[in-house]
Design a protein around this ligand. Structure first.
Ligand SMILES: [Zn+2]
Length: 134
């Protein structure tokens, strides 16, 4: 299984922390600088996207504060293979499901697949932050 490389930073003071991205929030240690338990994940993969397209679709129920499903489809640069891949990511809050699949556009083969309960998914950060506002 390939892992997407991510940098873990303190969500409060932005100090870079030597912490794995896949540990449970309960197992985190407070930031040595400010003591915060908040984390920000920086996925280096996304930094290289300059001209390829990506589409994000969000489903929201009337009156609901949060989106219950978020879907991302498009091109994503898979650094380990040094090539562009097709990304399909579905975050489904209603069913507590996180699904991420990278496929090789040339062969149609699955390169990376990550399917897990959303509540267990702490690796990329995109599932959480940001979504509280709108
Ligand atoms: Zn801090």
């Amino acid at each position: 299984m390939e892992e997407v490389k991510a940098v873990v930073k303190c969500g409060n003071c932005q100090t870079v922390l030597k912490e794995r991205t896949d540990i449970a929030p309960a197992d985190r240690n407070p930031c040595p600088n400010c003591g915060s338990m908040a984390r920000a994940f920086e996925v280096s993969l996304h930094a290289s996207i300059t001209f390829k397209g990506k589409l994000t679709a969000k489903g929201k129920r009337a009156g609901a504060k949060k989106h219950f499903v978020i879907q991302v489809m498009g091109d994503d640069f898979f650094r380990k293979m040094k090539k562009w891949t097709k990304l399909s990511r579905v975050i489904d809050r209603e069913h507590d499901s996180y699904r991420e699949i990278f496929t090789d556009p040339d062969t149609g083969q699955t390169i990376h697949k990550c399917v897990e309960p959303l509540s267990q998914h702490t690796g990329h950060g995109s599932a959480k932050a940001k979504e509280n506002k709108s």
